[in-house]
Design a protein. Structure first.
Length: 428
């Protein structure tokens, strides 16, 4: 296990890390309690035995460190009190002082600088004074000075860690704010560009279509009485439509990139090619049955509805081929029901579902097939549903409104006032 993984685990389980630290501190304090710090050549082991009270105080101070992050000030107060009690008993400050040093570091790392100064100075003064006055060594002994040094170092180190965390957090916050600003600026520019393009398209289409509408109305009105004027009006219609196409081509051309592929020139697929589509799936090994097409469907659908129905069938059968199992069969039907066209694809597959009805025909595997079908159908004002069938298999049904699309074919009403003005005086 690498250091990074250990560090990540400790960040995810802070209580366990603090408990481990408390265990290490306890071992150090117990071992230090058996050492005589006044040997001629340094600490000497085996010549000193701590009292039961000293061991109990050491355990109490170490165990409290397990809660140092939850309540740093309370833990510092407890460990400081334990240390003072041990020093009043006449013991050496070296072992027991480890606990308040760790607690003071935690306070400095998790509070503000002013609190660190107040608490740090108080802790250093109280512990150092107690060790000098009640310790088992002279007041000028190095272990008493060490208490002052270690508590001061703990407060300084904790404050440095807190400052570094604040700087890193500030840098991260500025970076996130800058990223949000860039994203917001990009969205604002995209919105402005879309608005500009929409305004340009509106100006182009509205002007020329209005002109075409007026001239077409004039031509229809004077066709029998004034053929020459009708021809002139139709010439204006032709010129206006050509200008509109040129300006639309120029405006849309601004949206294309230099490396974009050329637009396809073949006609968009539709239900007229449904037999070829089903034949391709049959050659791929998927038995597909097609219910007799409704005469209203054979009479022709609006282009958008025709394309959407074809794509729904294509995507649903593709999902059946991928996810329904090797023995699956599919059924396709397209019927006209009132103002709507209903497209239904059924299968008897045994493929796994993802729990949302998006298996087999519904687009198992977490892909975007079902989402794409729903978006395409929703764009026409219809609905698309997919889910398991009773008895096994899946069912995809798309309801496409035709009436709305049919109304788009109707011609715009003529502007009667403009027609009369174009006719000139003398015509009743």
């Amino acid at each position: 296990m690498t250091f990074a993984r250990i560090h990540g685990w400790l960040r995810a389980h802070p209580l366990a890390g603090d408990a481990a630290l408390a265990g290490v501190v306890l071992v150090c304090m117990v071992v230090g309690s058996f050492a005589d710090p006044h040997g001629s050549n340094g600490p000497v082991f085996g010549t000193r035995t701590p009292s039961v009270t000293a061991l109990v105080l050491a355990v109490l101070g170490a165990v409290s460190l397990a809660l140092r992050r939850r309540n740093p000030l309370a833990v510092l107060g407890l460990t400081g009190g334990v240390t003072v009690a041990d020093l009043l008993a006449g013991n050496s400050p070296a072992p027991i002082a480890i606990a308040p040093v760790v607690a003071l570091y935690t306070v400095a790392a998790h509070t503000d600088r002013a609190t660190t100064y107040r608490v740090g100075i108080t802790t250093m003064g109280v512990l150092t004074a107690t060790a000098m006055c009640f310790g088992d060594a002279p007041w000028y002994a190095q272990e008493n000075v060490a208490v002052l040094a270690w508590t001061g170092l703990a407060a300084t180190a904790g404050d440095a860690v807190r400052s570094r965390r604040a700087i890193v957090e500030s840098i991260r916050e500025r970076a996130e704010r800058a990223e949000r600003t860039r994203e917001e600026e990009a969205r604002r520019r995209v919105a402005e560009e879309r608005l500009r393009i929409a305004r340009d398209l509106h100006d182009v289409v509205a002007h020329h279509i209005a002109l075409v509408n007026v001239q077409a109305g004039v031509a229809a009105h004077v066709m029998d009485k004034r053929p020459d004027q009708a021809k002139e009006a139709l010439a204006h219609v032709r010129e206006a439509s050509r200008s509109a196409l040129n300006e639309l081509r120029a405006t849309v051309g601004l949206l294309r990139q230099s490396g974009d592929p050329e637009a396809p020139t073949e006609p968009a697929p539709g239900l007229a090619l449904l037999d070829d589509l089903l034949a391709g799936f049959r050659r791929a090994g998927l038995p597909v049955e097609l219910a007799p097409l409704d005469p209203a469907v054979r009479a022709g659908l609006p282009a958008a509805v025709d394309l959407a129905a074809y794509r729904v069938i294509q995507e649903a059968l593709t999902n059946v081929r991928k996810h329904a199992g090797p023995d699956a069969k599919a059924e396709v039907s397209v019927v006209r029901v009132g103002p709507n066209t209903e497209v239904t694809v059924l299968d008897n597959g045994t493929g796994n579902s993802d729990g949302n009805g998006e298996g087999a025909a519904g687009g198992g595997g977490g892909g975007h097939g079902l989402l794409g079908m729903r978006e395409r159908v929703s764009a026409l004002g219809g609905t698309c549903t997919a889910g398991p069938r009773y008895g096994g298999g899946f069912r995809v049904q798309a309801i496409l409104p035709v009436k709305t699309a049919d109304t788009a074919r109707t011609t715009l009403p003529r502007d009667a006032a403009a027609v009369r003005a174009a006719e000139g005086p003398g015509e009743g």
